[in-house]
Design a protein around this ligand. Structure first.
Ligand code: BGC
Length: 348
């Protein structure tokens, strides 16, 4: 069943809607047309208690006020672009620098800060927007669409876009997961389907080197608690994980698995993207979230499938160049199940 309701406290934001998809077993997912954000994703835990596994806010005002990109779609390019600039077809483009000298998650007013038109069809909702030529410094008029839909027992997010000029396009979705619905994620077990990370400088821009994770603080080749090595000196400058993993596998492949033994909930992510940014919510601080919760550091973990950071300036990385008038399509699947019965109890 799909319902739509108002998602605001202040009538200045009366355009904000909450679109909720509910399932017979009590599971539900909800989305807002502000930032095309995933607001809730709730499934029965091992005790059959419906548990909302993503961070978020009770109304649009929380989404407008935050600067942690909680739940939102980020773009045109997720992650960082060095010196907020790139050169394309011999022309240098200057983007908005919102992370020191660098550009982060689309700039001052990225995809997370707009209201979207939307369409509900079957058990799916699509958000549409046109990003005008020159928005945040990027070339070309980009028409894009984000669709959240259910594929069996899993949430599928599909990104589509087409631009009238050559441009760079690397959208992602910035949900923070907490499979207990509250507390922190330090005891969550994480496994990444890759054994390398892109090495970064102190401002989190890749150096171009790709390093092996085995036996380092970055090693999630086998399930390991997220909190086990947070104080390792390799994580000191970022206060925790804020790193891009190089995923192995081509086409549609496994990216990561996150498990909470406490709730028994398991998340498995599949994607067609070459990388995943693992961000352990290091800078969350005293943020008032849903249902009276307060989000501090490590309250949730963002697992952002995407091209690697700074790709427009790194010719050796897989490229996110979008050629003029050429459709772009990419998808990421989030499958929730219980560890006790590997078959998905998720959404049905
Ligand atoms: C970035 C972090 C940043 C955070 C903001 C993450 O995707 O990698 O460096 O602080 O987003 O919420």
């Amino acid at each position: 069943m799909i319902t739509t309701e108002n998602f605001w406290q202040n009538s200045e934001n009366e355009k904000a809607k909450l679109i909720k998809i509910s399932f017979e077993n009590g599971a539900y997912a909800s989305f807002t047309n502000y930032g095309a954000a995933l607001v809730a994703l709730a499934v029965p835990d091992k005790y059959d208690v419906i548990t909302d596994v993503v961070l978020g806010f009770d109304s649009v005002e929380g989404y407008i006020a935050q600067d942690a990109y909680i739940g939102a779609v980020v773009g045109r390019c997720a992650n960082r672009i060095e010196n907020a600039s790139f050169t394309l077809n011999e022309k240098t483009y200057k983007l908005y620098a919102n992370d020191g000298a660098n550009h982060l998650h689309g700039g001052k007013k990225g995809f997370d800060k707009y209201y979207y038109d939307y369409e509900i069809k079957d058990e799916a909702v699509s958000f549409y927007r046109v990003s005008p030529d020159g928005e945040e410094g990027y070339p070309g008029k980009l028409e894009y669409k984000i669709t959240y839909g259910f594929n069996g027992s899993a949430l599928m997010i599909t990104y589509e876009g087409v631009c009238d000029k050559d441009t760079y396009f690397n959208p992602s979705m910035h949900a923070y997961f907490n499979l207990n619905g509250c507390g922190d994620i330090k005891k969550h077990l994480l496994k990444i389907y890759g054994e390398e990370v892109t090495k970064t400088r102190s401002d989190n821009i890749p150096t171009g080197k790709i390093i092996k994770t085995v036996n380092t603080a970055f090693d999630f080749i086998n399930f390991t608690p997220v909190g086990e090595r947070l104080t390792d000196k390799a994580l000191a400058s970022t206060k925790g994980y804020d790193h891009n993993y190089v995923l192995r596998g081509e086409k549609f492949h496994s990216a990561a698995e996150l498990v909470s033994e406490k709730s028994g909930i398991k998340l498995k992510i599949f994607t067609d993207m070459p990388g995943i940014q693992v961000y352990s919510g290091n800078y969350l601080s005293a943020l008032s979230g849903k249902r009276g919760s307060v989000y501090d550091a490590y309250a949730g973990i963002a697992l952002e499938t995407q091209f690697y950071p700074n790709t427009p300036n790194m010719p050796d990385f897989p490229q996110c160049l979008l050629k003029a008038d050429t459709p772009f399509k990419s998808a990421t699947l989030y499958k929730l199940s219980l560890i006790t019965q590997d078959s998905a109890k998720g959404f049905n």
